[in-house]
Design a binder for this molecule. Structure first.
Ligand SMILES: CC(C)(COP(=O)(O)OP(=O)(O)OC[C@H]1O[C@@H](n2cnc3c(N)ncnc32)[C@H](O)[C@@H]1OP(=O)(O)O)[C@@H](O)C(=O)NCCC(=O)NCCS
Length: 129
């Protein structure tokens, strides 16, 4: 699991219980998964198809720093399957885990498009070619 993005919990991110609002966290996770997938697949028309059970295991409060981790589980024909874990940056306590996020590459008509990718690539390696 690679933790790419850090977030700072601000007042506007809280629910009435004064802890991190789950919808906000899902928005951040979805954006992270989309960015990661678009960079890997090299197709900006890559969308979220499926998320497995979302387990909110602990919470976060105002001022906490959290980090969002992703791991590639599988390169499919048109899809990319990711696992996600969000944790407190300082304590590493897990806040949420998602076993499967399926992202699908689409063509201009919105139909699944084979992406031809089979392994993780790094932008710096692409640029060096
Ligand atoms: C993405 C979309 C085009 C896929 O259509 P579809 O008819 O399911 O297409 P397919 O059956 O060819 O599946 C495409 C890929 O998704 C995978 N997939 C589809 N449904 C899945 C599910 N429930 N669980 C896991 N994988 C799934 C398929 O295995 C396939 O992967 P592969 O090509 O790597 O083997 C269509 O469902 C869609 O447009 N959904 C809305 C997406 C969107 O707008 N998301 C943003 C949030 S609203």
């Amino acid at each position: 699991m690679n933790f790419h993005t850090r977030k700072w919990i601000k007042p506007e991110d809280l629910n009435p219980n004064e802890t991190l609002f789950g919808g906000r966290l899902l928005e951040w996770i979805d954006e992270e998964a989309a960015l990661y997938s678009i960079i890997q697949i090299e197709n900006p028309r890559t969308v979220t198809k499926f998320m497995s059970e979302i387990n909110f295991r602990s919470s976060a409060k105002k001022g906490d720093i959290i980090e969002i981790g992703l791991e590639v589980i599988n390169f499919g024909r048109t899809s990319l399957t990711l696992a996600c874990e969000v944790r407190n940056k300082m304590t590493h306590e897990v806040i949420v885990s998602i076993d499967k996020i399926i992202m699908v590459s689409l063509d201009e008509a919105g139909n699944p498009l084979p992406h031809g990718k089979m392994e993780i690539e790094f932008v710096k390696d692409r640029l060096a070619k």
